[in-house]
Ligand binder design. Structure first.
Ligand code: ADP
Ligand code: MG
Length: 148
């Protein structure tokens, strides 16, 4: 993955970027998605999930830390850890259902010291640029992507 930085000017463009990123992912991969509220994290994940064959509506997890969707030949996990301040206070098994073999996981607003997330292969950071414009930066994560 070549790190890059682009600007989008509509939700559709951010979804398309999510779809492009999805094409480079493999089962077992974890993608961290950072950015302020309303910056487009869920929108980007929606585009990625679509591209991975998810037909169900992709919405923000509200009553749980995440959703799991059936994709083409894999599970797409979408976590929102906004409400968690520190993972070490939580049950270590909290993330187990969402990460691992056969799954690609997108994690919104990850806490800083998240052990389970050390395996992240890609990190996306979104920020507001006024109106519908968003800046999106894509970087390699803390760990190399899974090779298949
Ligand atoms: P987050 O998950 O970061 O809180 P959401 O994706 O839920 O953000 O919401 C982003 C909001 O901003 C949506 O209402 C979306 O329609 C709007 N929006 C406007 N322009 C863009 C853009 N360029 N990219 C992503 N979302 C945008
Ligand atoms: Mg969100």
């Amino acid at each position: 993955m070549i790190p890059h930085s682009i600007e989008t000017s509509s939700p559709a463009e951010t979804e398309a970027l999510g779809a492009e990123l999805a094409g480079r992912l493999h089962k077992g991969d974890v993608v961290l998605v950072r950015g302020e509220l309303g910056s487009g994290k869920t929108t980007l994940v929606r585009g990625a999930a679509r591209a991975l064959g998810v037909a169900d509506p992709v919405t923000s997890p509200t009553f749980s830390i995440g959703h799991r969707y059936r994709g083409r030949d894999l599970t797409v996990s979408h976590l929102d850890l906004y409400r968690l301040t520190a993972l070490e206070d939580e049950d270590p098994a909290l993330l187990d259902d969402y990460l691992g073999a056969g799954k690609i996981a997108f994690v919104e607003w990850p806490v800083q010291e998240a052990d389970g997330l050390a395996r992240a292969c890609l990190s996306v950071t979104l920020s507001h640029r006024g109106g519908d414009r968003r800046h999106v930066e894509v970087r390699d994560g803390e760990r190399e992507r899974t090779k298949e």
